[in-house]
Design a protein around this ligand. Structure first.
Ligand code: NOJ
Ligand code: NOJ
Length: 448
């Protein structure tokens, strides 16, 4: 009798949690992603210059304690402003375009102050613009590189529109020592890329695949802008450093036959990442891809992605349920940071969405070669989206992590980076579908 009521009770508990975790019947991934993108854009914009902060601040999360993410991280902000830049360039509504343009201008001003007030590898600023002074892993050199990528892309757009004065006065001046935001970032990247720094997870001081991929993109896109603004010597210098970076990046793929390793030549910081397997490699491909160099469909990248899938599939108990979804992925297998404690790592929303975005990117790249392959990659991307959908809060808000046992959202709430990831994932899905449709129609026309 006792056992019987215990069983009833158990089944009741699991049913109840299923009902709260799942909107009874799950929507199709593409539909959910579109609806989630509307929510994500709203919540993302709420995290830009909220009341009481300086204009241009992007808080990592509104959460002020346990953990305190109510600060401006250079990396998270650049990731976010890249999304704002896309919204700015794609929107047709003047009021919206003006709003996004103001957000970008505030970001430029705030970031230029950051550059003046602290060394360029400084990872975090307070919401009043002062550098964060607590003990931390510094420098983190992906930040200035990512910022340069975003602002260079904006500068190129503005030049196309004839806004040359704004670009020359606020974004790129040729003079040295650098007096402008993009030039200062590029000079910093070009002269320090070979030095060890802390990784994007702020834990290991070494050389990193992620950081170097973003640095390479910054230097190559920066060289194009420099040439356009009549700074050819700088352009050649940036391109030369990008060339060296390529040689250095190849080493991460040659070190281990099974996957691209995340870091080399550690000098300080965490020493427990024995596998050197990390979602940051996939993020490096997403954030740093520029041409065919380490593009998503490169076999070594695909191998790394598959390895991450296998390892995280077995690591987190929530991945043993709902096997129709792809596994929720974490940062790296040895992770122990749970936001409020160090009792064990969890899957992360931004890592799982990166996997979805990655699948869509592969789908786009292989669409010319094989429709079938492309369709399969889109389907796989959708399975990662469904994993996030299943664990998201019912109102669509997303925290940093997914509890590996209960499946509920945990750690910093409303993580800005997550909302950026929703929007970039939707974009990637859309692009893959467009490319696939185009390839199909080309074949049809060819057959006529
Ligand atoms: C806070 C960092 O942001 C996070 O990435 C890291 O895991 C913990 N500190 C522990 O170092
Ligand atoms: C911890 C993450 O590891 C790091 O990448 C991020 O910049 C900060 N949290 C802020 O979101």
């Amino acid at each position: 009798m006792k056992i019987f009521s215990f069983l009833i009770c158990l089944s009741f508990i699991s049913k109840a949690s299923e009902l709260t975790l799942q909107n009874v019947k799950m929507k199709e991934a593409s539909l959910w992603l579109q609806q989630e993108a509307v929510i994500a854009e709203k919540l993302l914009i709420q995290n830009i210059s909220p009341e009481g902060t300086q204009a241009g601040v992007v808080i990592a999360s509104p959460q002020k304690e346990n953990p305190n993410y109510y600060r401006h991280w250079v990396r998270d902000s650049a990731i976010t402003m890249q999304v704002i830049l896309k919204l700015w360039s794609e929107n047709k509504l003047t009021t919206k375009v003006n709003h996004y343009s103001h957000l970008l201008q505030d970001y430029v001003q705030f970031s230029r102050q950051n550059q003046i007030r602290a060394s360029l590898g400084e990872p975090i600023f307070e919401v009043n613009g002062a550098p964060f002074l607590g003990p931390w892993g510094r420098p983190q050199n992906d930040g200035p590189a990512f910022r340069a990528v975003v602002l260079t892309e904006w500068a190129e757009h503005l030049l196309d529109l004839g806004e040359t004065e704004y670009v020359k006065n606020n974004l790129y001046k040729t003079e040295l020592p650098a007096q402008s935001i993009i030039k200062a970032d590029l000079e910093y990247v070009a002269s320090t890329w070979w030095q060890p720094c802390f990784d994007l997870w702020e834990e290991v001081k070494a050389e990193h695949f992620y950081t170097k991929m973003v640095q390479r993109k910054a230097l190559l896109t920066g060289a194009h802008l420099a040439r356009r603004l009549n700074d050819p010597a700088a352009a050649r210098w940036y391109e030369l450093q990008a060339q060296y970076l390529e040689n250095s990046l190849t080493e991460f793929a040659d070190t281990n036959p099974d996957y691209i390793v995340a870091s080399l030549r550690r000098t300080e910081g965490l020493d427990s990442k024995n596998s050197n397997l990390d979602i940051s490699v996939i993020l490096g491909v997403l954030h740093g891809s520029y041409d065919d160099f380490f593009k998503a469909s490169k076999p070594q990248v695909i191998k790394t992605f598959e390895k991450l899938n296998r390892v995280f599939q077995n690591l987190y108990s929530i991945n043993q349920t709902k096997s129709q979804f792809a596994p929720a992925l974490g940062r790296y297998p040895e992770d122990i940071y749970a936001g409020t404690n160090f009792n064990g790592g969890n899957p992360w929303v931004l890592a799982t969405l990166a996997a979805a975005e990655y699948c869509y990117k592969v789908a786009a790249e292989v669409s010319i070669k094989s429709f079938k392959q492309s369709e399969l990659w889109i389907k796989r991307g959708d399975e990662f989206v469904q994993r996030v959908q299943y664990h998201a809060n019912p109102d669509g808000s997303l925290s940093e992590q997914i509890d590996r046992y209960t499946g509920f959202m945990t750690s910093a709430r409303d993580l800005t980076w997550n909302y950026s990831a929703v929007l970039t994932t939707l974009r990637a899905r859309h692009q893959s579908e467009v490319l696939l449709a185009l390839s199909k129609s080309n074949i049809k026309q060819g057959n006529k």
